[in-house]
Ligand binder design. Structure first.
Ligand code: ZN
Length: 135
């Protein structure tokens, strides 16, 4: 059976800068100009103080694995050839959490609190995915 293509992200207009930066291998997140808290995923208003004064800033790209799972079985899909693979929540130094993949290591080696840094996988000319690898 032929593998279907992987789905690509559906991009809201206010999330476009995140994906444009990822194409340049830069990780950016939002920061509220009023309460200074960092924000991820992209939003039109700050979830902490509801200000619409949100700006894009460079993220450190460093963080720690907050939680993860290793996918070893999957229904037929475009992801089946990737197995086993790691889906994780990474907590960035800036305090926000990002749903992502851990790559560049044995999936069985991933642990909670493991230090990781961003790396980028080019899917096609339109999308490059930020992922994380062990430091
Ligand atoms: Zn705020």
């Amino acid at each position: 059976m032929e593998n279907p293509e992987k789905p690509v992200p559906v991009v809201n207009p206010w999330a476009r800068p995140f994906w444009e930066a990822a194409k340049e291998k830069r990780l950016i997140i939002q920061q509220c100009k009023d309460c200074n808290k960092h924000i991820f995923y992209p939003r039109i208003a700050c979830p902490h103080c509801f200000s619409d004064q949100v700006d894009w800033v460079e993220a450190s790209g460093k963080g720690k694995v907050y939680s993860f799972t290793v996918v070893k079985n999957n229904a037929p899909s475009a992801f089946i050839t990737d197995m086993p693979y790691v889906i994780a929540v990474v907590k960035l130094e800036e305090g926000v959490q990002m749903l992502t993949n851990i790559v560049g290591c044995d999936p069985e080696a991933v642990t909670c609190d493991m230090p990781v840094e961003v790396t980028f996988e080019k899917l096609n000319d339109e999308f490059t995915l930020p992922q994380f690898q062990p430091v």
